[in-house]
Design a protein around this ligand. Sequence first.
Ligand code: ADP
Ligand code: ADP
Length: 228
Amino acid sequence: MIEMIDVWKSYSNNVKAINGINIKIKKGEFVYVVGPSGAGKSTFIKMMYREEKPTKGDILIDEVNLSNMKEKEIPLLRRRIGVVFQDYKLLPTLSVYENVAFALEVIEEDPTVIKRKVMDVLEIVRLKNKARFLPSELSGGEQQRVAIARAIVNKPEVLIADEPTGNLDPDTAWEIMNILDDINHNGTTIVMATHNKDIVNTIKKRVLAIEGGRVVRDEVRGSYGYEA
Ligand code: ADP
Ligand code: ADP
């Protein structure tokens, strides 16, 4: 369902971030993206939701080619792809409930449907009891759970996570990982860039290692392969 065909990306400062990547990710897969800092992991991930455009090559999400997608088609794409970041990116003045509802309000979903969908995803991330809290009143792990709820509330086919456990202590990182694993078992394809060696080596999944903007390793049930 995700395919990159001879994808290259240079930034305007001439940094060559991605240098000829060919990959296929099937529906329902869970893929870890690993590699040293500066290897191109974030660029690789950002191109999947059209935050960055490849300089050359094609990126297909199902039949849709992101490389020649028009600006006005991007919002529709973003509804099919949920994104979670290392720093959560919640709206600080909105409650947990409102942060999650926001994604549905912008598409003018019916209010009773919004309420049901928001409470359903807050149940999945076990935060129903904190629906009225502000992000600043939550722990880092709880904030990341809100961000995950927001990312899945539109029922995306793909969930993309860029170092989702990067700011969390080990126990909390495991909690987040277990939620992502549940979401994957529910049918959502997950692509996750990570530096968390313990998680990659314990919950075995496909591992794509990127170095110098190229895939240097692609293993079905891989290991982290770097020092922590
Ligand atoms: P990683 O996520 O593996 O750390 P990145 O994709 O962030 O790697 O970066 C790959 C390379 O591209 C690095 O050399 C980085 O400095 C460069 N880079 C990333 N983003 C930009 C940008 N917006 N403009 C210019 N260069 C960038
Ligand atoms: P609805 O409220 O419209 O019935 P669902 O609860 O079926 O919505 O699903 C909303 C999204 O939440 C789905 O796309 C899926 O990614 C995720 N999801 C649904 N159920 C689970 C579950 N049991 N575990 C993990 N993720 C789930």
